[in-house]
Design a protein around this ligand. Structure first.
Ligand code: ATP
Length: 396
């Protein structure tokens, strides 16, 4: 999708950047999505101001199950146009259990956005936040710091809407293409290089392809294409791991991973397992990234069981906003935006550091308000860091 052209031949986006603003399309969505989104954007706006970065102009747009219930549209055309024109898209969560399309399927505009904008890299940074109770008893669990990249356009999900049921047989077909494997592998290796440069990760720049190449031709093909890409990154160590062995390693030694890249369905499963390693869905930020556009959202859903109670943990939403600022900063060469992202990560770490802030996942009572206030307090106490500061917490 190309940015709009202005009358003088400059893109609308470039004109905005010259005026020092970033326009964010905000789709707060349903349930706790609408509750945690304001926290994330307040924190992001304050961090940008503290780092001397461009102002965030927030363009709230309707989408989701509640909107569908009232209007019959889950992702209005106007919302899509606003997303196309924005510098980044921030999404809360979408879907409500009792609101479905007539065929019984769920309302999932986030998937429509992924397809529309060709967002092929599903990024799930997974980092143990000091002070948040570890899921694994091993003391090494505090070193967990990896990024999972889920190929998001094909794999088994290529069969989405195309599965066949004939009598007593049902069939869904996995598709792996050279083009999609090349681009997601390059994304993973570039990310490993960047993490290495930032000093992120516990075990050096490496990319692990998780597949099932010992059984399926499609995965053997994926592995060959991955190896081609790996050859172009001599400073990054490539690894292969069968998905069953990966499941074991996720719970026995997850601190040994740096960047993981995998097929869509495997990524869907492993990314929730990853969230479980570092405290649960309330601590899992995510991004769906393409070559021109990106959507940032906490990995959790609308959590109807706790919506309206104030108990939702906004940490994942806040960390997703940090990912967004980091992506904007890198994309536009704006150090202030990457600095703002660092400020947010540091403030989150500081808020949890003494172990006193306990969220619902760990039997505590700290919800949206309390966590946000703590993060904002620490953000206000901090100063703009230098991008080269080695102790900066990891972003991706
Ligand atoms: P979806 O299919 O949209 O992912 P889901 O119901 O399967 O929805 P979630 O909405 O993420 O998954 O909720 C899973 C569980 O995690 C629920 O018990 C929910 O209360 C809890 N949960 C999810 N997000 C948070 C959060 N931010 N804070 C506290 N608990 C959360």
């Amino acid at each position: 999708m190309r940015p709009r052209k202005t009358g003088v031949g400059l893109t609308a986006r470039r004109v905005r950047l010259m005026g020092s603003t970033f326009e964010i399309a905000v789709l707060a969505g349903d349930g706790i999505g609408a509750e945690v989104t304001p926290s994330a954007l307040v924190v992001a706006s304050e961090a940008m101001a503290a780092a001397g970065g461009p102002k965030l102009v927030l363009n709230a747009q309707p989408a989701g199950a509640a909107h569908f219930q009232h209007t019959g549209s889950a992702l209005p055309e106007e919302t899509l146009r606003a997303c196309e024109a924005a510098d980044a898209i921030y999404l809360g969560a979408m879907g409500l259990p009792d609101v479905r399309y007539p065929d019984g399927t769920e309302i999932t505009p986030q998937i429509a956005l992924r397809i529309h904008f060709d967002l092929y890299a599903g990024l799930r940074p997974t980092r143990a936040i000091p002070g948040v109770p570890a899921t694994l008893a091993d003391p090494e669990a505090g070193r967990i710091d990896f990024a999972l990249v889920r190929e998001s356009t094909e794999g088994l999900f290529a069969s989405y809407g195309k599965g066949e049921v004939e009598g007593d047989r049902a069939r869904d077909t996995q598709v792996i293409t050279r083009e999609a494997t090349l681009r997601v592998s390059r994304f993973a290796f570039d990310l490993a290089v960047q993490r290495g440069a930032r000093g992120d990760g516990a075990s050096g720049a490496a990319v692990t392809l998780v597949d099932k190449a010992n059984v399926f031709a499609s995965f053997a093909f994926m592995r060959r294409v991955f190896d081609e890409v790996a050859a172009g990154y001599p400073a990054v160590t490539p690894h292969h791991l069968y998905v069953d062995a990966a499941a074991l390693a996720f719970v026995t030694k997850p601190w040994t991973f740096d960047v993981i890249v995998t097929e869509n369905m495997f990524g869907d499963i492993l990314s929730d397992l990853a969230a479980g390693l570092v405290g649960g869905m309330g601590y899992a930020p995510s991004a769906d990234i393409g070559d021109r556009h990106a959507v940032f959202q906490p990995a959790h859903g609308s959590a109807p069981d706790i919506m309206g109670t104030g108990r939702a943990n906004p940490t994942a939403a806040i960390l997703s906003a940090a990912l967004m600022l980091d992506w904007l900063g890198q994309r536009h060469g704006m150090t202030a935006a990457t600095d703002a992202a660092m400020l947010i990560n540091r403030a989150v770490d500081a808020a949890f550091a003494d172990g006193g802030l306990r969220t619902a996942e760990h039997g505590g009572s700290a919800g949206v308000r309390e966590v946000t206030d703590h993060v904002l307090d620490h953000l206000r106490q901090s100063t703009t860091p230098s991008v080269s500061t080695p102790a900066a917490p990891p972003l991706l």
